[in-house]
Structure formats: C-alpha cells, structure tokens
Design a protein around this ligand. Sequence first.
Ligand SMILES: [Zn+2]
Length: 89
Amino acid sequence: MNNQEIPECKHCGVGMKKWQPPDDSTWDTPYIWVCFNDECPYFKRGWDHMMKTQEAKASYRHSLNPGTGATGPLPCWSYDALKDRVIEE
Ligand SMILES: [Zn+2]
C-alpha cells in the first residue's frame, strides 16, 4: 500500500493528481502533482490572463514537483488537455 499523502492544491484545496510528463520533457521526475480541478481559481483565471498577455486561448494548471517541492504553472490549452497522462491509482 502506498500511504504517501496527496498534496492539496494551494489555490483550491482539492487533492492533486499524479501526472506523467512526456518522454521528451525536461522534468527529471517520474511524475509531478497537478491540480486537475476545472473549477480551480488559478486555472480559471489563467484563461483571461493568457488572452490578455499572450493573445492565446490557453491556461495553466498548478503543479508541484515532488522531487524538489517546486511549484509552477503547467501550460494547458483546453479543459481536457493533459488528462490522458494522469496516473490513476
Ligand atoms: Zn487547484
């Protein structure tokens, strides 16, 4: 059994999910924690922010690197993007 605690997103308080980065990514960890809550204020705010600053229809989700503890935005171009790489346990 895995009793590792699931971290909560600091923006919405929902438990984060393990997400497997693509093979060609620069992540040096087998997975990162990502908030996949579509109601997360960070994710919802991102759409407006990206449109204003980049004129891009995109947003980003809150992510946490379990190796370094670093948090940052994970770019996301639709509500369903990235979800195919979630590691369900
Ligand atoms: Zn969140």
